[in-house]
Design a binder for this molecule. Sequence first.
Ligand SMILES: NC(=O)c1ccc[n+]([C@@H]2O[C@H](COP(=O)([O-])OP(=O)(O)OC[C@H]3O[C@@H](n4cnc5c(N)ncnc54)[C@H](OP(=O)(O)O)[C@@H]3O)[C@@H](O)[C@H]2O)c1
Length: 328
Amino acid sequence: MKIAIIGATGLVGRKIINLLEEYFSADTSYTFFASSKSKGSELKINGNKLIVQELIDNNISEFDIALFSAGSERSKEFAKKFIDQGAYVIDNSSAFRHEHHVPLVVYGINEETISSSTKLIANPNCTTMGLVMVLKPLHDKFNLKSITPVAYQAVSGSGTQAVDSLNREIEMGDNLNVNYTEGFYSRPIAKNVIPVAGNLLDNGYSDEEMKFVNESRKILSIDDLIVEPSNARVGVKTGHGTFCSAVFESEINRETAIDAINNFDGVEYWDNLLPTPLDAEGRKNVLVSRMREGISSKKILNFWVVSDNLLKGAALNAVQIAKYVSQL
Ligand SMILES: NC(=O)c1ccc[n+]([C@@H]2O[C@H](COP(=O)([O-])OP(=O)(O)OC[C@H]3O[C@@H](n4cnc5c(N)ncnc54)[C@H](OP(=O)(O)O)[C@@H]3O)[C@@H](O)[C@H]2O)c1
């Protein structure tokens, strides 16, 4: 088995390396790709040092699986080249998520949409991924009609440069104030909440908010799902949190909802301790709490979801898909 990791030096790429050690046998062969900046640097896998290669045509050869986490532009330019050499491409970027013929896969929900002839598989956006892991068992019980998610997105969702910027701002202590303009985001993020995540679009919503709309519909196969999203960026390093109000066709029961969640692999309900991003960081499971029946209707559930955006939100899901396709 030969696996290529594109964007191996990034936040997601490094998590992928750790998970591959766990999910694949030690005799798997790996090649690491990154930008010219990282060419020649070393990263370890299974105790072996590997030299990082620059992502250029001449370095592309035959692989069984290629895991892309190097931004949309690289995926658009290079995914097909790896597929032409026989690889399954699992792409963490948003490049292909909306293409009709490309499955948008959350392992545990819809991996059966992949067949041996599906060579390109899109990994969903990190905020949507955590939420749909909770919505799926609830939908199966009560039939989901609409959601109003309000997300608190962590800084590591924006990559290495954003985390470096957060750390610099934290080090500034009380010298950081509202006039600081040197950071990764347009406003200071340490000790702060920016009431938008991602880029604003012509409709007034951000691209991150529209990912909730489009990706949840595709993953859950509910074309007419009503989604009313609001996403903020918060001064948290890792762990996206979302409050969600969900409306169902059937009347719901809180205990049945919690049982359904706890019986779904990859999700767990916390009753006493309220899970925070710090609790989620490093955990594979999506954490849920504060489940409440609606005040105005018995068809509403209100709850909190938090998950590690680099794990189930990116690297873990990609590696779970890689394991799945390796067995097709
Ligand atoms: N962070 C998350 O929570 C998350 C979640 C879901 C999806 N994603 C997606 O995953 C991808 C990576 O995110 P990240 O957070 O890991 O970002 P990151 O920490 O900034 O890492 C970016 C990676 O892409 C590589 N890269 C950049 N330009 C390149 C080029 N011209 N040629 C080859 N490689 C290049 C970088 O290599 P160098 O080190 O050499 O620059 C690095 O390995 C993005 O597409 C992102 O949208 C991220």
